[in-house]
Design a protein around this ligand. Structure first.
Ligand SMILES: [Zn+2]
Length: 103
């Protein structure tokens, strides 16, 4: 039995909408996905926290502060920061999570 703890971080929020397009605002979708993930992980009995639960502006330092406050900075803490890419950038992007959202 491992003792992993998970912090889910919905990207952007508040005055920082992230990417926008096709009537989708990144901050709203990352929050929706993150809440869904949290619910599923809780049902599995995995300790999980979330950096924001509403449309809140978080500075990078406040985000990190909250992440560390939940479970500290140990090797057993996994942080999942959710972002939705809009494309158009240069270089590469790695998506490591695939989720089906049910309305
Ligand atoms: Zn983003």
């Amino acid at each position: 039995m491992n003792n992993y703890k998970i912090v889910i971080d919905p990207g952007h929020g508040g005055s920082d909408p992230g990417a926008e397009g096709n009537n989708i605002i990144e901050k709203d979708l990352t929050l929706k996905i993150s809440k869904y993930m949290k619910e599923k992980l809780e049902k599995l009995g995995i300790p999980v926290s979330i950096t924001r639960t509403n449309d809140e502006t978080l500075s990078p330092s406040e985000r990190v502060k909250r992440i560390k406050e939940f479970y500290g900075n140990g090797k057993n803490v996994i942080v999942i920061s959710n972002h939705i890419n809009a494309g158009g950038g240069d270089g590469q992007s790695v998506t490591n999570i695939s989720i089906t959202i049910k309305a």
